[in-house]
Design a protein around this ligand. Structure first.
Ligand code: FCA
Length: 331
């Protein structure tokens, strides 16, 4: 589903709800839901939780924002929500394989669950279809990353044979793999030499794990003067860019393209001098937060289960257009 159609679904929902505000609010004032995220300090998740909370204020329900950085913390958060009388929660889990354990606990309490961003996988390694999910269309957004990198290599007149691609991977997380696979395929299709793609597996999805993964790869391949960098998100690409700087690579020799379009990218684009972080494919964390909260609210109050899987799309954001794209996506 495209951003536009999802957004229409959201706007319609809000205006319908506003139209019946009096009775809806009187009836459902006590509706409380949790919004649990794996990385509460990251700008993407801060914005997502804020957007859900604001929608709750508009529509008359309460959102309890919680951190779930590991399995234990998620289970305690669910216990906590139950003791507060919450009827369900939206979650981006710290590990998608926790899905069955999280669902066990939620089912014990009769809570409804919607996943956002990272989709639960069952013991068979397949997505748990039963739990409604909203997340980005990983492969397509990855392709946009690859295409943006290729276009910028062309603009800079680089010979691809002499460029190294630093691919920061996290194959434990399906959405991460889809994104880096999409970027890789787009680059290969454009004619990038496969042998020049160098892997840097990261342990997590943040800047420091990407920095640790990238450093040895850059250090071992010092004969490359030009580098392109991609990963599942902009935080990780920033880790790669910081590592490239540490090895003395200049901004004009590096093309990093991330994914998210969050405060991490805005801070980088606001620096006085450009860095190797060329751009990021922005997705609306505002819409992800609002839509999932609204879907869960409708499910709780009207019994209407949200769609099994909603996929959102992205827009390339660079130093030149980031403010306009930010506004367009309501970020
Ligand atoms: C994953 C990533 C986040 C964000 C989100 C949509 O959870 O870790 O940075 O890209 O998907």
């Amino acid at each position: 589903m495209s951003f536009t159609s999802t957004f229409t679904r959201l706007t319609l929902g809000v205006s319908l709800a506003l139209g019946t505000l009096g009775s809806a609010q009187a009836a459902n004032d006590d509706v409380k839901m949790g919004f649990i995220v794996k990385k509460p300090e990251q700008a993407w998740f801060i914005n997502e939780q804020r957007a859900a909370t604001e929608l709750g204020e508009e529509m008359g329900f309460e959102v309890v924002r919680l951190a779930g950085e590991d399995g234990q913390q998620v289970l305690s958060a669910i216990d906590n929500l139950n003791s507060q009388g919450a009827k369900g929660f939206v979650i981006c889990p710290p590990d998608v394989r926790l899905g069955p354990a999280i669902m066990n606990r939620a089912n014990q309490y009769g809570m409804k669950v919607v996943t956002v961003d990272d989709r639960f996988v069952g013991s068979d390694g397949e997505p748990i279809e039963d739990v409604p999910h909203l997340g980005m269309s990983g492969y397509k957004i990855g392709q946009q990353v690859g295409e943006a990198i290729a276009a910028e290599m062309e603009a800079r007149g680089w010979d691809p044979q002499e460029v190294a691609a630093l691919r920061i991977t996290n194959y434990e997380l399906p959405t991460a793999k889809e994104r880096t696979d999409g970027a890789t395929d787009a680059l290969l299709e454009w004619g990038f030499p496969e042998d020049n793609i160098l892997d840097a597996p990261q342990q997590n999805t943040d800047t420091s794990s990407a920095f640790s993964a990238a450093s040895p790869v850059i250090s071992k391949n010092g004969d490359f003067e030009h580098w392109v960098i991609y990963a599942l998100n902009e935080e990780s690409v920033l880790g790669g860019v910081r590592a490239s700087e540490q090895y003395g690579l200049k901004a004009e020799d590096v093309i990093g393209v991330g994914i998210n379009g969050s405060g991490a990218a805005f801070a980088e684009f606001s620096r006085e001098n450009p860095t190797g972080f060329h751009g990021t494919v922005a997705v609306s964390s505002t819409m992800h937060g609002r839509q999932t909260a609204e879907d869960l609210y409708t499910w709780i109050t009207e019994g209407e289960k949200p769609p099994a899987n909603t996929e959102t799309s992205g827009t390339l954001m660079t130093r030149d257009n980031w403010e306009a794209v930010r506004e367009e996506l309501g970020l």
